[in-house]
Write a protein that binds this ligand. Structure first.
Ligand code: GDP
Length: 360
């Protein structure tokens, strides 16, 4: 979406109404203006754990309006000193493995330990096709009724980078609102795991029984990222298959190098439906946090992640500037044609555009 400077100015301006609006729109405009919260109100509400205000702040994070983005940044900066005090857990697995059922079970377990849980999602499919793998179906019904749970679906966005950034900012707000457990769910089918990996402390991969095929179906890098591999659906007539899968994954993990965290990945079975193995997984997560805090890896990783996002944001910002530049847009079309027709070499063509952008 693009916003002209003119529109932008209007939305930033004082309470005067644009002259050519119809009365209904005018009413709406005034109502909206009245309701708009200040940065201070947002921060105060978030710190109090007010879920309505937290939700509205996240909507602001997800907005593409430049004026909202400026406000978002101020809210996040002010919340930053109150954030970070949580355990951030990434949960991934192919569609149908049981992610929502599992998160529902784990979430309830964690709430019973008197912790507050926020569940966020990164769904790359929703940003590309508008359809969502994580599902428009009503998910985590019971968990969503808990007052100590906060569930937010994946933000829509044009790019994975954009969606990931919004999720990362949402994590910070949830933490400032007192959610000391944050689950970030993603579909185990592609690059979104890398994005999630760079915003969580701990990564859990859910698997289905029937390991042989599965091990090949899931990208190797994803298995390597995991701190826990849990073979779900270990119940009924799938119990034996699940146990076999556990054995196979354990064998496969032996071949992998020691993790940088210094803590070996664990493989176990669970049943989200029968709620078995869930408490054990939570214990392992806490144990991993304890050990990695002790050996400092936990803090090192968080620092590295902050730097990663700094550079991501610089990269994305520069790209945005570049591609929005009118001169570049026109010339890029011509150059793309030339490259496709084999008249230009991609590298020299890119150099020409970059030099043009830099006014060289
Ligand atoms: P998601 O797509 O990964 O979020 O998976 P869902 O949570 O929607 O679950 C997909 C299907 O697997 C549903 O029909 C669930 O009822 C079922 N399912 C989830 N967990 C279990 C489990 O532990 N055991 C069994 N037998 N079925 C499960």
């Amino acid at each position: 979406m693009s916003f002209s400077k003119k529109n932008n100015k209007k939305s930033n301006s004082s309470k005067s109404l644009p002259s050519s609006v119809n009365p209904n729109a005018a009413q709406q405009f005034l109502r909206k203006k009245k309701k708009e919260r200040s940065v201070e109100d947002f921060v105060k509400g978030i710190k109090k754990g007010d879920r309505t205000i937290l939700s509205q702040a996240i909507t602001l994070v997800e907005s593409t309006r430049p004026s909202d983005q400026i406000k978002t940044q101020r809210i996040i900066e002010d919340c930053l000193p109150y954030s970070g005090n949580s355990i951030r857990v990434g949960i991934t697995g192919i569609p149908g493995v049981g992610k929502s059922t599992f998160i529902e079970a784990l979430g309830q377990h964690v709430i019973a330990q008197k912790r507050k849980v926020a569940v966020l999602a990164i769904d790359p499919s929703s940003s590309v096709t508008k359809g969502s793998i994580l599902g428009d179906k009503t998910r985590m019904n019971d968990l969503s009724l808990e007052k100590n749970a906060f569930i937010r679906p994946s933000p829509a966005g044009r790019s994975l980078g954009g969606v990931a950034r919004k999720t990362r900012e949402t994590i910070l707000l949830c933490e400032a609102a007192g959610f000391e457990t944050v689950f970030v769910e993603t579909v185990g089918v592609g690059q979104s795991e890398t994005a999630v990996h760079s915003m969580v402390d701990f990564f859990l991969l859910l698997l289905v029984p029937g390991a042989g095929d599965e091990l090949q179906g899931i990208k190797r890098g994803i298995v390597e990222m995991a701190d826990i591999l849990a073979v779900n659906k270990a119940d009924g007539d799938q119990l034996d298959a699940a146990k076999n899968a556990r054995k196979e994954y354990r064998n496969a993990l032996h071949l992998m190098p020691l993790k940088e965290s210094g803590v070996n990945p664990k493989v176990l079975t669970c049943s989200a439906i029968e709620q078995t193995g869930i408490g054990e997984i939570w214990k392992l997560i806490l144990e991993n946090q304890r050990l990695t805090k002790k050996n400092q890896f936990f803090y090192k990783k968080r620092k590295e992640q902050s730097l990663f996002w700094l550079h991501e944001q610089i990269g994305n910002g520069l790209k945005d500037f570049f591609y929005k530049n009118e001169k570049i847009k026109t010339r890029l079309e011509e150059i793309e044609r030339e490259v496709l027709e084999g008249k230009r070499n991609s590298f020299s063509a890119a150099d020409e555009l970059l030099n043009m952008f830099l006014g060289k």
